[in-house]
Design a protein around this ligand. Structure first.
Ligand SMILES: [Zn+2]
Length: 224
């Protein structure tokens, strides 16, 4: 069976601090006597379940339209349950407990998907982060890894990222930080439906708006 791991994109959903809000603009409405219903979507590329492309932090990095389809389909995904509290870090030690050599996608469930509705402000600002050492471990020592998928707002703690210039994003995405391939980042994913399921495959198909640094992702799991 298949499970949807993307959230519905809507105005009321939590977003990263200071991101512009989502807005749906009705252009034609049958209720107003128009011939059909059509709309304009005002979407910010880092709201909702989305993929960070290398171009997000690397001016020479790939944009969404040139990343091959194979980077978005995962035959050996691994779900890691690593419970974290507000602003806590996922360390390299958390990852080294597992054999991840074959993993092409890491899905890290901290339990913050539970807080998205219960505490949307805490979810937006005080989310956990991946440590620099953990990010380096993913890029340098997990050769099959294409993507890391998280159940919280951003891969990098909010205050640290702001103050330090987003080093964790750089560690994963930029050509200047490693000679190995970038590791794509999928943020704000709903991993709760995977609890108790046997994970077989993940599909993370992005909407390809030319030139973009991030894209909404249709994230789907195939499970037993
Ligand atoms: Zn992002």
């Amino acid at each position: 069976m298949y499970l949807e791991l993307s959230y519905i994109i809507k105005k009321s959903a939590p977003i990263y601090p200071n991101n512009p809000a989502e807005r749906l603009e009705p252009i034609l409405r049958q209720d107003n006597g128009d011939v059909c219903n059509v709309s304009m979507i005002h979407h910010f590329t880092h709201n909702g379940t989305h993929l960070d492309t290398p171009f997000h932090h690397d001016p020479k990095g790939e944009k969404i339209e040139t990343i091959p389809l194979e980077k978005f389909i995962y035959e050996h995904p691994v779900l890691l349950n690593i419970p974290k509290k507000y602003c806590e870090e996922i360390t390299d030690g958390d990852l080294k407990k597992y054999d991840l050599q074959q993993a092409d996608a890491l899905l890290i469930r901290t339990g913050f998907d539970e807080l998205r509705i219960q505490d949307p402000v805490g979810y937006s600002v005080m989310f956990p982060g991946v440590s620099m050492a953990a990010a380096k471990y993913m890029r340098e020592e997990l050769p099959a890894l294409k993507s890391v998928i998280i159940d919280f707002m951003s891969i990098e703690k909010y205050l640290d990222g702001n103050r330090q210039g987003y080093p964790v994003h750089h560690q994963l995405l930029c050509m200047s930080t490693s000679s190995r391939r970038p590791v794509l980042i999928i943020e704000d994913a709903n991993l709760k439906p995977l609890v108790g399921k046997n994970l077989k495959r993940i599909f993370a198909l992005p909407m390809r708006f030319e030139g973009t640094d991030g894209a909404p992702v249709g994230l789907v799991a195939e499970v037993d």
